[in-house]
Write a protein that binds this ligand. Sequence first.
Ligand SMILES: O=P(O)(O)OC[C@H]1O[C@H](OP(=O)(O)OP(=O)(O)O)[C@H](O)[C@@H]1O
Ligand SMILES: NC(=O)CC[C@H](N)C(=O)O
Ligand SMILES: [Mg+2]
Length: 504
Amino acid sequence: MCGIVGIVGKEPVNQIIYDGLTVLQHRGQDAAGIVTIDEGKFRLRKANGLVRDVFQERHMQRLQGNMGIGHVRYPTAGSSSSAEAQPFYVNSPFGISLAHNGNLTNATELRAHLFKEARRHINTTSDSELLLNILAHELCESKLMELTADNMFSAVKRLHQNVRGAYAVVAVIIGHGMLAFRDPNGIRPLVLGERETDKGVEYMVASESVALDIDGFKLVRDVAPGEAVYITEAGELFTQQCFPNPKCVPCIFEYVYFARPDSKLNDISVYASRVKMGTYLGRKIKKEWSELDIDVVIPIPETSCDIALQIAHELDLPYRQGFVKNRYVGRTFIMPGQAQRKKSVRRKLNAIGEEFKGKNVLLVDDSIVRGTTSEQIIEMARDAGAKKVFFASAAPEIRFPNVYGIDMPSPNELIAYGREVDEVAALIGADELIYQSLEDLESAVKEQNPGIESFETSVFDGDYVTKDIDQAYLESLESTRKDNAKGKLSEPLENGLEMHNEEN
Ligand SMILES: O=P(O)(O)OC[C@H]1O[C@H](OP(=O)(O)OP(=O)(O)O)[C@H](O)[C@@H]1O
Ligand SMILES: NC(=O)CC[C@H](N)C(=O)O
Ligand SMILES: [Mg+2]
């Protein structure tokens, strides 16, 4: 999913970006990077690893300057090599560095176009490097050394005409300012914040509002789908809608799983939407499972906790934290490779025997994707002495690949693909299994902001909002990105490919 931040400040921004990235860590655990601008030069540090491991004190000291951007990566295109960690950099027509959350769906065409027409070399298999070069190419068109906000917005307009897919982007341009924009469907989130200081207003953009909170910035609003925001080095803010007919179709999976509950995205509290998911699922359980004798409701930490608590409330049953999560193990679903994901579940979660012994338990999770978590958790519940294990998922059956920045490239890896509910229940070992309906899930999120007409729900219904996804695309995605696909996982090189990087 990736997390991005960008700041135009009045004082050094290195620590603010670092703090912002640490609270966006749940969006990407594979690599992290920060770029700042110091006396007309980029300062860059990026590598594979968690934020706390990538940035040592010596790196932070070098990341000087009052403007900069940062990224945490969850790869969904190209490889996991450190060479594809972000931000990326180009040196013409200006020094530009860019960080991207999302995934482009016409990367093959863009690559050919950049090579043949724009005469630009792309050094990695990352779609984000493509996006940076498209932006640079469009900025070339203005043919002016004077880069005004209008030139900037014209470049974004042309970019929107050529690029397909999901992209929330932040970029810094040396000697000019910071540019941020969102794709015309607003699939990935991006918020704008500000902070008053003695020296003037500082601006920050981030994937989630929690990054603003942590750094003492006030949420101003979401960057609108198709809109671009430009803040000059001096701190002047310009905004413009850069697409003729934008739509707001945010990814619903942000609310189910990706975002932190204390974030607000598209004017929707993630927490409130999860509580509502619990209300709807609780009602469905009451209606359809009235004869089941459930003793206790138990969440599968961490994301499902708010949902499970509300289900317990609806059912008037006790809620118990029957699993303890090891706080030093990251999120399982966004780990690369099934072997690593499988191993992590057991390392991450452990059952408290008393909560299971002789009881009929209702386990609640936000979603079942590959079934890695549910299968092992049910086994753990039985080993701990549960009599019956019922399972509820706050998201509907996931049956279609994701093409917009979630690494679900292959339908064959999805446990509900080609299977009915009872078949999935048998596979994960549940006595009964219930899924939220898509209608209820959409209502749960939409109720927080009725202004949003629809959500990006392709993993549930196969309806891709960009309308450019055909069978051939899905087949090629599957062959290049399924687990163990050649080229997907590259071992980080000892020295990395860190052409513009600070030394270790
Ligand atoms: O069916 P699966 O393929 O296992 O994927 C779904 C599971 O993965 C996620 O948990 P994760 O451990 O990533 O993060 P969390 O601690 O935030 O719940 C999600 O919350 C589900 O528990
Ligand atoms: N999940 C994301 O947002 C990934 C961004 C980009 N497609 C990459 O793979 O680096
Ligand atoms: Mg989970």
